[in-house]
Design a binder for this molecule. Structure first.
Ligand SMILES: Cc1cc2nc3c(=O)[nH]c(=O)nc-3n(C[C@H](O)[C@H](O)[C@H](O)COP(=O)(O)OP(=O)(O)OC[C@H]3O[C@@H](n4cnc5c(N)ncnc54)[C@H](O)[C@@H]3O)c2cc1C
Ligand SMILES: Cc1cc2nc3c(=O)[nH]c(=O)nc-3n(C[C@H](O)[C@H](O)[C@H](O)COP(=O)(O)O)c2cc1C
Length: 483
């Protein structure tokens, strides 16, 4: 063993020095040291050798802890920064691929989320590639709040900066790629120069992505960039489909349970991209669904509302999962990491707010809290009628009995004359909401953007004030998975 260690050490200077010290240390117990040293000096000599070996052995650990953060090491002359602003994880994924392409061309590069892009970097960097999506109605992603309010409100001299923007959006929205354009306009106003024209990506359009890749090739002088295909869909099996709202006056909502023989790996907050079988264009026709379970459940659960097109046909994605696919059929799916809706590194009390199928994302967080014995959370959730639309009733009541939830407020809009939605529950309990926020809770919102998230935001602004809500957003304590 020692011999093997010593031989292989020849190719590794560190190991070689360490081996020599160890061998000398071992031999020191057998060599006739008394010929050269006084007998009382020998134990000191042997102890010193052992300490030397130990110190040398530990030095990489110490060096590691002293290593600089990549940002501190970055050389702003030569480094290309890639800055991502992403609401549901796609821009972040493309920024990672941009980063890998640059690194593959031996180009010094750093990928930062936009909340880490400070004035110091912005005013010294020579090149920044922005990969940004638009959310809401032409809004910047939530984690860009600080950048928008504190940096984009300033007048700066960015003459030193060359930039490019990959703007993600969807042409179905009126304010198409609005945040990308707003950022571009602001950078021009600050005298920054664009490396090439803004590239719009309509709903993951591959031609636009290839255009961006070609521009990256020009930038690095590399004609061929690595394969940019997004992770492949894998085949899952539809294990169970259960109607969650029999006799509801609303559209049918199904629990969809999927199984795989492969390793399951995702985090609460992640999103499943499903490729319906009838879809011909793999890129444009996928549909996203919030994952409602954890890998420890051994099934990937979705909560899917069956929607219909104006001519009465079933929607492509919801129709596939809720009707056309049969139990036992294969479902093509890939998981998209959605860091902005992940659990926090340090557990806090959660104020979970949602409606309808938004229970999916909230359920994954409740499961995560339960699994980690984090107790005392508050769920505010709404649907139409208690009798027919209380999805996961026994599970939620179990969490309440077990203490995972310390509080539950349900807004069944049609159980009384006057409609009650989750935003009304928030306003009704404004004082407690303020107390929870004061005590450091994090707010997670999941469900429809229109008809819930926008109204919840207005209610929270009313309860907490715009400044405090903005501060929560900046601190990453106001997290949304809304659609
Ligand atoms: C990040 C994210 C997470 C999502 N999570 C979920 C989830 O957990 N559960 C869930 O059921 N859906 C979720 N969705 C919505 C889902 O991706 C699909 O948009 C929805 O299932 C409709 O797609 P479809 O293919 O069935 O309908 P399409 O064939 O696209 O459209 C059919 C008809 O329905 C209308 N329509 C489209 N979307 C909706 C909608 N959301 N509500 C009502 N009508 C609509 C269209 O205008 C059209 O008339 C999520 C979306 C995003 C972006
Ligand atoms: C709730 C919601 C709102 C959106 N609003 C807009 C919009 O106003 N303008 C636009 O061009 N795209 C809009 N989009 C499309 C996204 O920008 C697009 O899906 C993008 O690829 C998402 O990237 P991300 O995952 O990095 O956030 C919206 C998407 C969602 C889910």
């Amino acid at each position: 063993m020692n011999l093997f260690f010593s031989i292989s050490a020849i190719v590794d200077k560190r190991k070689f020095v360490l081996s020599a010290l160890l061998i000398f240390c071992g031999l020191s117990f057998y060599l006739p040291l008394e010929l050269y040293f006084k007998p009382q000096q020998i134990p000191y000599l042997q102890t010193s050798l052992v300490i030397l070996c130990y110190a040398y052995f530990c030095s990489p650990i110490w060096h590691g802890s002293q290593r600089q953060h990549p940002l501190a090491r970055a050389d702003s002359e030569n480094t290309i920064y890639i800055v991502s602003a992403s609401q549901t994880g796609y821009a972040e994924q493309l920024a990672e691929q941009t980063y890998a392409t640059l690194k593959g061309s031996q180009q010094a590069a750093i990928h930062l989320p936009i909340d880490k892009l400070n004035l110091k970097i912005l005013t010294s960097a020579k090149k920044i590639l922005f990969v940004v999506s638009t959310t809401g109605e032409g809004d910047a992603p939530d984690h860009a709040a600080q950048f928008v309010s504190h940096i984009m409100s300033q007048e700066l001299n960015l003459k030193q900066l060359q930039f490019a923007i990959l703007a993600l959006g969807d042409q179905h929205y009126q304010a198409y790629c609005a945040f990308g354009h707003r950022l571009s306009h602001w950078l021009h106003q600050q005298h920054a120069h664009c490396l090439f024209d803004l590239v719009e990506v309509n709903n993951a359009d591959q031609a636009a992505l290839r255009h961006w890749q070609r521009e990256l090739g020009q930038l690095t002088g590399q004609a061929h960039s690595p394969d940019w295909s997004t992770p492949d869909y894998t085949s899952w099996t539809l294990a169970e489909r259960r109607l969650l709202n029999p006799n509801s006056v609303g559209l049918s909502v199904y629990l969809i349970r999927l199984e795989t023989t492969q390793e399951m790996n995702w985090t609460a907050g992640d999103i499943a991209e499903v490729l319906p079988q009838s879809s011909l264009n793999a890129i444009n026709q996928h549909r996203e669904y919030s994952i409602a379970s954890l890998p420890s459940d051994t099934t990937l659960d979705l909560v899917v509302r069956q929607v219909r097109t104006p001519d009465g046909q079933l929607g492509l994605g919801s129709g596939w999962l809720s009707h056309h696919a049969q139990v036992g059929d294969s479902i093509a799916l890939r998981i998209r990491t959605n860091r902005n809706f992940h659990p926090l590194a340090q557990a806090r009390k959660l104020l979970l707010i949602g409606n309808g199928t938004g229970i999916a994302g909230l359920r994954a967080h409740l499961k995560h809290a339960h699994e980690n014995s984090h107790t005392g959370h508050w769920l505010i959730w709404g649907e139409r009628n208690r009798q027919h639309d209380f999805f996961f009733q026994s599970e939620i009541e179990h969490y309440l009995n077990q203490g995972t939830l310390s509080r539950l407020d349900l807004a069944f809009s049609r159980d009384q004359d006057q409609v009650i939605y989750v935003q009304h529950k928030l306003l009704e309990h404004a004082k407690e909401v303020r107390n929870w926020v004061k005590q450091g809770c994090a707010i997670y919102i999941c469900g429809s953007l229109h008809g819930m998230a926008a109204e919840v935001e207005t209610a929270l602004e009313q309860i907490l004030g715009e400044t405090q809500l903005h501060a929560l957003r900046v601190a990453g304590l106001y997290r949304r998975d809304v659609y």
